[in-house]
Every structure is written in structure tokens, then in C-alpha cells.
Design a protein around this ligand. Structure first.
Ligand SMILES: *[C@@H]1O[C@H](CO)[C@@H](O)[C@H](O)[C@H]1NC(C)=O
Ligand SMILES: *[C@@H]1O[C@H](CO)[C@@H](O)[C@H](O)[C@H]1NC(C)=O
Ligand SMILES: *[C@@H]1O[C@H](CO)[C@@H](O)[C@H](O)[C@H]1NC(C)=O
Ligand SMILES: *[C@@H]1O[C@H](CO)[C@@H](O)[C@H](O)[C@H]1NC(C)=O
Length: 405
């Protein structure tokens, strides 16, 4: 019995691998295969990276933070991601580009030295900042593929104007930026590559807007107070990890999937790990549709409506989180099943495994408890008892050249 089912699963491994290796398009892959690949790669890279481990218990940070020469080895960070966005290489294989000019944002003809000039280029770039900067953009910052924004070593704020747009592209890493007070832009032309600019309609005013994009990793950012979402991922986006971020002072925090009728999002896979959802947050941490969501080892200390919710039958695998409910008796529930009667949502797969529930917090599970979570599992959760210590430095780190961050 065990032998034949092993054979069967090996066989299926091949029948699933073949078509995807023949196809040359970076199409959305089968979610179950993606989950298996992610775990395999984590297992093999973990071994190579152990030499730097300084035992914070946070597997991403342990991969690079203890290196006093982080400044000389910046691109190694790209190998430290875990979860569904793990393959995002960003600008790992390109040159370092130093942003020297925080002003003069020209959306159509950006000047060399500005952030916008760097992000529109076609070649991979690892983008860093010469000094502390406040960058107030005139329009959305429309990124091109294979870029990393690395704020380590400088205090960089993208704030007070439109913020970051990741649209129809792949392989983006955003690390160590303060992103806040983001506004709408649009009704004007904006450049998205050296060869092309186009007319943009009004944008939502998100901190980070991910649209039709894949292989995205947002790590150690501090986000607050934007017009729409802090990080929204919609319209067929997948292979995303949102980790180690500190979010605060915001209503609708994360929207993952924009419409119940947009069924292309049924293959979406997002890992949300080691984040601190902090003061002044209201709801949507995240709000999910259709796809597979691994919500793991996050610290939830504030919500005013609910923490995790969704509609259109998303699969939500909540593991090893710490949920501290507000004092108000009416809002102890972590979850919110939206826009459907109970007869329908009782079939959605939402589970809570090893979560720590404090101050009366409770999670309304639904669906089956059986194997249907394979596609929503991206690495093994740490015990919820250590969530406080592994999220203690969520948000932007204060890194100084020559010493560990
Ligand atoms: C990854 O490693 C864990 C623990 O060492 C092991 O249980 C698991 O089977 C491995 N998974 C894969 C896909 O290699
Ligand atoms: C992305 O694709 C959509 C169509 O799905 C298009 O409307 C939009 O302009 C594209 N954005 C960019 C920046 O190319
Ligand atoms: C999303 O992408 C599809 C292509 O898959 C496009 O036709 C549609 O207009 C987009 N939706 C939105 C809301 O822009
Ligand atoms: C960062 O650390 C340095 C040295 O440890 C300290 O002088 C500085 O004030 C810190 N900056 C912030 C923004 O915390």
C-alpha cells in the first residue's frame, strides 16, 4: 500500500515536471509542485548557509545578519529568502547601482542617479542608496524585472507621494525601506522601461502594488499609513514572500486577490512570515481570495476589526502565529469569512495549527483538516512560543558598515 502510493506519487512527480520543463514560458506552475520545490530548496540551501548562523532562530536573518561584511556581500541576501517567493533573485546577478539623487523625480525622463532611473533599466541591478534619503515621488515608481531595492546602511523613506508598483514583471526584492503616507498618482505618462512610457490611469495609492507579477520578496520594510493597501497583490500575481515587515497605523493592510470573479488568482501562492502587525492596524492581515496562503510565525498585536479574512474559497494555513486579541469583547475573532453564507464558507479550507491565542483570541476554522494544505505549506513553522523573539527586529534594521546588522 505505502509502496504503491509512493510509486504513484513518483510517477505523478514526473508527469507534472515534464510539461513545465518543456514549456519555455514562465507560466504559473502547479501549486503543489511549487510547494514541494520550495521545501526541497530550503533544505539544500540551509546547509550551505549555516556557517553564518548566529542563532536568532529567524531562518532568513540567520542566513546573513551576523556577517560583519554584509556591505561587501550585499547580493548574498538574495539566497536567504524562504517560502513561495524564495526564487526571487532580484538584481543578484547584476551590477550594484548607487542612488545619489533623492529629488528631481521626472516620471518620463528620469535623470541618472535617481531611483526611478535605476528601476526602469532592462538589466538586473542591485540598487543601494548613497546616504539617508527621503524620496517623494511624483508618480508611481514602475519597476522593471530583476531589481533589488536594498536600503541597508542608509535610512531611506519612500513617502508622501505615489509609491512602488510591480506590474507584469518578475524577480523583485525590496529590503530595508520605510514606505509610508503613499498617495494616488496617475492621469499622466510614466516610464516603465528605457524604450517605453505609457499613460497611467489613477493609481490606488498602495505602499507596494503587485499586479500580474511573480517571484517577489518584500523583507524588513516598515510600512504605514497609505491611501489604499500597504501591500496588495492582485491580477494573477504569485510566488510571493512577505517577511519580517513591521506594519502599523493603517486600515486595509494587505489585499491578496482583487475580485471573487477573477479566477486566475486560484493558483496564487503567498507566504506571510515573521511580520509584526502592530499598533493602529484595523483589518486585512491579509484578506485573501482563491489561492493558497501560508501565514506563519507572525506576531499580531493589534487589530480593530479582524486579522485574517477572505472570500471566494481561499486556502489559509495559519501556523505558529501569536494572536493577541484586543480587549473589546466584540472583536476577539481572528478570522472573517466574507461575502458568503455559512453553508458556503464552511467548505473553505482554513486551519490554525500551533497558533498561540491570547486574551480570548479565537480562530474559526473551516473546511477539511486533511491533506488539502500541501499547496499552502512553504516551510516548517517554528513554535509560536518563540514568535516574540524571532519578530523582535521586524521592520527596517539599523545596519552599520563593518558590524553585523
Ligand atoms: C526537508 O528536511 C526535513 C527535515 O530535515 C525533512 O523532514 C523533509 O522531508 C525534507 N523535505 C524535502 C522535500 O526534502
Ligand atoms: C500590465 O498589463 C495590463 C493588462 O493586463 C496593462 O493594462 C498594464 O498597462 C500593464 N502595465 C505595465 C506597467 O506594463
Ligand atoms: C487583469 O489581467 C487580465 C489579463 O489576465 C486583464 O484582462 C484584466 O483587465 C486585468 N484586470 C484588471 C482589474 O486590471
Ligand atoms: C543606528 O545605530 C547607530 C549606531 O549604533 C546610532 O547612532 C543611530 O542613532 C541609529 N539610528 C537609528 C535610526 O536608530
Amino acid at each position: 500500500m505505502a509502496y504503491s502510493s509512493l510509486l504513484l506519487s513518483l510517477f505523478c512527480l514526473f508527469c507534472l515536471l515534464l510539461p513545465s520543463s518543456i514549456s519555455s514560458r514562465p507560466a504559473v506552475k502547479d501549486p503543489e509542485m511549487v510547494a514541494q520545490e520550495v521545501v526541497r530548496q530550503i533544505n539544500s540551501t540551509r546547509r550551505n548557509l549555516e556557517f553564518l548562523s548566529c542563532g536568532t532562530g529567524n531562518p532568513i536573518d540567520d542566513c546573513w545578519r551576523c556577517d560583519p561584511n554584509w556591505e561587501k556581500n550585499r547580493q548574498r541576501l538574495a539566497d536567504c529568502a524562504i517560502g513561495f517567493g524564495k526564487e526571487a533573485v532580484g538584481g543578484r546577478d547584476g551590477q550594484i547601482y548607487v542612488v545619489t539623487d533623492s529629488g528631481n523625480d521626472d516620471p518620463v525622463t528620469p535623470k541618472p542617479g535617481t531611483l526611478r532611473y535605476a528601476v526602469i533599466q532592462d538589466e538586473p541591478l542591485w540598487i543601494i542608496f548613497e546616504s539617508d534619503m527621503m524620496i517623494q515621488l511624483e508618480e508611481e515608481l514602475i519597476m522593471n524585472s530583476y531589481k533589488t531595492l536594498d536600503g541597508r546602511g542608509a535610512n531611506v523613506h519612500i513617502a508622501g507621494g505615489p509609491c512602488i508598483t510591480i506590474q507584469n514583471i518578475t524577480n523583485i526584492i525590496i529590503h530595508g525601506l520605510h514606505i509610508h503616507d503613499c498617495k494616488q498618482g496617475g492621469n499622466t505618462n510614466v516610464r516603465d522601461s528605457p524604450r517605453h512610457y505609457g499613460f497611467r490611469t489613477l493609481s490606488d495609492g498602495d505602499g507596494v502594488s503587485i499586479f500580474g507579477a511573480s517571484h517577489i520578496w518584500v523583507d524588513h520594510c516598515s510600512l504605514s499609513n497609505c491611501r489604499d493597501g500597504l501591500i496588495d497583490a492582485i491580477n494573477g500575481s504569485t510566488a510571493i514572500t512577505l517577511s519580517n515587515n513591521y506594519m502599523s497605523h493603517h486600515d486595509e493592510v494587505m489585499l491578496l486577490g482583487h475580485s471573487d470573479s477573477y479566477t486566475k488568482d486560484k493558483d496564487m501562492q503567498v507566504t506571510i512570515a515573521f511580520n509584526h502587525f502592530g499598533e493602529g492596524l484595523v483589518q486585512r492581515m491579509p484578506r485573501c481570495r482563491h489561492g493558497y496562503f501560508h501565514v506563519v510565525n507572525n506576531d499580531y498585536t493589534h487589530w480593530q476589526k479582524y486579522a485574517i479574512g477572505g472570500s471566494a474559497s481561499p486556502t489559509i494555513n495559519s501556523q505558529g502565529n501569536r494572536f493577541l486579541a484586543p480587549n473589546d469583547k466584540k472583536i476577539k475573532e481572528v478570522t472573517k469569512h466574507e461575502d458568503a453564507p455559512e453553508s458556503e464558507w464552511k467548505n473553505w479550507n482554513w486551519r490554525s495549527e500551533g497558533d498561540l491565542m491570547l486574551n480570548g483570541a479565537f480562530f474559526t476554522t473551516s473546511g477539511t483538516l486533511s491533506g488539502s494544505y500541501a499547496k499552502a505549506a512553504s516551510f516548517s513553522a517554528r513554535p509560536s512560543s518563540i514568535v516574540g523573539s524571532i519578530t523582535i527586529s521586524a521592520g527596517v534594521l539599523n545596519c552599520t558598515k563593518g558590524s553585523p546588522c
